[in-house]
Design a protein around this ligand. Structure first.
Ligand code: NAI
Length: 349
């Protein structure tokens, strides 16, 4: 039995969490949940967006399943998602995107995993505005290459983090029987930073001669992905390109609606749907549980529970292909969250 920290989250979070709990229990997944709070609900009941109890539970179980969290509007709130990534050093953001029966999209044969570095690059937030408190002038900071009226942002790429994400991508490919790893960057222009990224991943690739490896410049990759997504398998990249390409590839399979995701570090992982808390439909029994359910499937695979993961995936595919018991976001005559949940449970072999 695996002990897992469960964070239902806000908005539709509790409804889709209930659905996932029911399906996992019916599938006899060997998982026991320790339920804790984070987000707006936690702020109201415990006075904190990310209570200590929640962090302690994650520290203990090392595996989390998390519903969407509303970021309160107003200053002074750090995103819970960003905080969790930083506190537990969850350096790899993993998003598998696969064409599914019954989900409308322009392509039918997409099966791509986006592996994004989560900790550095332009997202470090090291920026200087023309009138910032920085005492050196922009010209001094940039050796005269940039004019005084510019705002600048620092792109930090390290060999350590690039090798780490490269190794993660190859290990993922090995574990999941994937056929190829493609690294992407813009090393022809950013020769030092993106050049270092390529050099680092290339070095790791040599340790995995059985997995083909190639590099495609990020602009060309955007074009090639929309032309022939079937040519790509595992994609690995730094933070900013990963942010953009995750959404591009989501678009190839019909959007973010049912996309699962995970943030993974060494010996620690948090799995979560990629959509938000959908306040417009919260509490109405209308939410599609698949984003969180497929994240739970990723979690089961991470825990080595391949058979139950496969059975749940198959049940989901059966229900999607049938098309009668899916929520309204997938079909206008759709059913409720509870009805879709029942249909998935019935389809389990
Ligand atoms: P959203 O993803 O919550 O909603 C966008 C649209 O998609 C809405 O019409 C919503 O009804 C629909 N939708 C989303 N998930 C659905 C589901 N499972 N089933 C059926 N329909 C679904 O994005 P929005 O409105 O921009 O954000 C709402 C809140 O969620 C914000 O506070 C935002 O900060 C937060 N958020 C949290 C995320 C997380 O915790 N991982 C990710 C994205 C947003």
């Amino acid at each position: 039995m695996h002990l897992v920290t469960l964070i239902p989250g806000d908005g539709i979070g509790p409804e889709i969490t209930e659905s996932v709990k029911e399906i996992l229990s019916s599938a006899k997944a060997p998982v026991e949940f320790e339920e804790v709070q984070a987000g707006e609900g936690a702020l109201e009941s415990e006075g904190e967006l990310l209570p200590l109890k929640t962090l302690q539970s994650l520290e203990k179980t090392k595996v989390g399943l998390k519903g969407p969290i509303t970021t309160p509007i107003g200053k002074g709130f750090r995103s819970v998602n960003v905080s969790l990534r930083q506190i537990f050093n969850l350096y790899a953001c993993v998003r598998p995107y696969r064409s599914m029966p019954g989900i409308a999209s322009r392509y039918e044969n997409v099966d791509i995993v986006v592996v994004r570095e989560n900790t550095e690059d332009l997202y470090k937030g090291v920026e200087f505005a023309p009138n910032s408190k920085e005492t050196r002038t922009i010209s001094e900071l940039t050796g005269g290459a940039v004019s005084e009226d510019a705002a600048i942002s620092i792109k930090a790429i390290t060999a350590h983090a690039s090798e780490r994400i490269g190794r993660f991508a190859f290990e993922y490919a090995k574990k999941h029987g994937r056929k190829k790893v493609t690294a992407t960057a813009k090393a022809n222009i950013m020769k030092f930073t993106d050049g270092l990224f390529y050099d680092s991943v290339r070095k790791v690739a040599e340790e995995y001669p059985e997995i083909p490896y190639n590099e495609v410049l990020v602009d060309a990759l955007c074009m090639k992905l929309v032309q022939a997504p079937e040519n790509f398998d595992v994609l690995v990249m730094s933070n900013l390109y990963g942010d953009l390409l995750s959404d591009l590839v989501a678009g190839l399979v019909g959007g973010l609606g049912v996309a699962p995701g995970a943030n993974i570090g060494d010996g620690m992982a948090i799995f979560e749907a990629t959509h938000g808390s959908a306040p417009d439909i919260a509490g109405k029994n209308l939410a599609n549980p698949l984003g969180l359910l497929l994240s739970a499937v990723m979690m089961l695979e991470y825990l080595g529970e391949m058979d139950v993961a496969r059975r749940i995936t198959k049940a989901v595919e059966t229900v999607l292909a049938d098309g009668r018991y899916v929520t309204k976001d997938l079909c206008p005559e759709g059913v409720t969250t509870s009805e879709m949940t029942k249909a998935i449970i019935k389809a389990l072999d």
